[in-house]
Write a protein of this length. Sequence first.
Length: 163
Amino acid sequence: MSDFISSAGGVDKAKAAIKVVTDAGGAENASVAVRVVAEAGGPESLQGRLEKLRKLEEGSGKPPCLFDLQSDGKRVARSLAKVNVTDAQISFLGSTQDFEAVLKMIGASYHDVENLSLVDFRKRFSALVVQKPECRYQLDVQVSTKLLAPMDAVWSAFATRRR
């Protein structure tokens, strides 16, 4: 230890180490933190894992175009509308002011999109992806199919939440 301290910059390094341990809440907390980071595969691995967890908590993919802020500052996606997804059709189950504004943005009315085939749904809402590539609008989904293709059509333009 005395060799460490007497080496060039040793005192500064010792002070920095003491500060790290103090900032961690003491030697016991610092030891636990070092063990947890090591068990997670090191700092880089832990950072990647924390990012994955954040995405799971906030929703993966693109951020929501519409959201409400919670008191803790987290963004919670606000749904445009509710849809029923069947084997061959996607039907909107009502509208909202937000949905009407989005429809206006893509040059459509509620009547135009109320009941669409899977192909027509993709065509109609592809304009939305072009106009808002940086985010996704949220739909609440009622699933009445065991097939994946109908949900693929919805996911082509929207994030979803099962309701």
